[in-house]
Design a protein around this ligand. Sequence first.
Ligand SMILES: NC(=O)c1ccc[n+]([C@@H]2O[C@H](COP(=O)([O-])OP(=O)(O)OC[C@H]3O[C@@H](n4cnc5c(N)ncnc54)[C@H](OP(=O)(O)O)[C@@H]3O)[C@@H](O)[C@H]2O)c1
Length: 322
Amino acid sequence: MRFVQLDTPRPISKIGLGTWQFGSREWGYGADYEHRAADIVRRALDLGVTLFDTAELYGFGRSERILGAALGDQRDKVVVASKIFPVLPVASVVQQRAVASAARLGVRQIDLYQVHQPNPVVADTTTMRGMRALQDVGLVGEVGVSNYGLRRWQFAEAALGRRVLSNQVRYSMIDRRPEDDLIPYAEQAGRIVIAYSPLAQGFLSGRYDAKNPPSGAVRRANPYFLPENLERGAELIDTLRQVAEAHDATPSQIALAYLLRHPNVVAIPGASGVEQMERNAAAAEIDLADDQYAALRDAAHRFRPVTGLAAAPKLLRARMGK
Ligand SMILES: NC(=O)c1ccc[n+]([C@@H]2O[C@H](COP(=O)([O-])OP(=O)(O)OC[C@H]3O[C@@H](n4cnc5c(N)ncnc54)[C@H](OP(=O)(O)O)[C@@H]3O)[C@@H](O)[C@H]2O)c1
């Protein structure tokens, strides 16, 4: 396993494990997934993964419970990252919610405590006052944010008066916006961009096509899985396959390796089974050649999915089975 080269109390692996899937029915993995989830965590530990990402929102606390139980006595040796869903993130609420998350996880300290998304009304000044108090009593190690733009990330740092170590954002070969400003900032300031949905929720695995879309409410609501977009993505998947073949790897592994080229980026793919976890961890070892990287980047540029408002009626029709 490779790690981010930063001065953090514990090393942070370039591939972490995302656990939204744990205890969340909307992924459609069925009741026995809870047992597989524990196996996935244990295998990740074996493979040297140190970053485990969860949130109070995932399965309304179930993900935190499943993750904490599966980590067992390894909890204090890895980096456990959770998130507060900021409905009313004033200082006192931030403190109460951290206590509740730590209890569900069974940890004395949440190594990385993140604000799940910016609150449009409550300023980060009060949120970060709560975070600072949590750090001062040792309940929180590092503070992070998620889905923040660069200016708000920097404002949050000023409000905290300390580093806000990471910004967790959607970042995959087909969502490359973080490359504009967040990643350059992370590299210059010694921060981390945590890439969520790094496989575009499985779109980049090449497993799905217009005749065989994934099931489950999460991906039914994701415009990338509209039949039209799955068709438009065929060329990109082909390029991923070609590069994968040269590395004796899979398209998913190449899609992850593409992101991990940036030294201050880590990716936290979710996994529906142990084998995926194994493959994802192995992706940290893949070094893409410059011409392979360029071919992937160009193919990604050419992919023009239907998204936003244009996708809304199509998504509705797909959900109604028409
Ligand atoms: N901060 C935020 O707002 C936010 C938002 C979203 C996610 N997240 C975090 O980021 C994590 C990852 O994002 P995500 O789950 O949305 O998307 P993702 O990691 O891009 O996709 C995960 C899905 O891809 C498939 N997959 C994983 N590894 C694979 C492999 N090696 N080969 C083939 N398919 C593979 C699996 O689905 P199938 O096997 O069913 O195809 C898996 O459930 C989440 O678990 C969560 O912790 C954070």
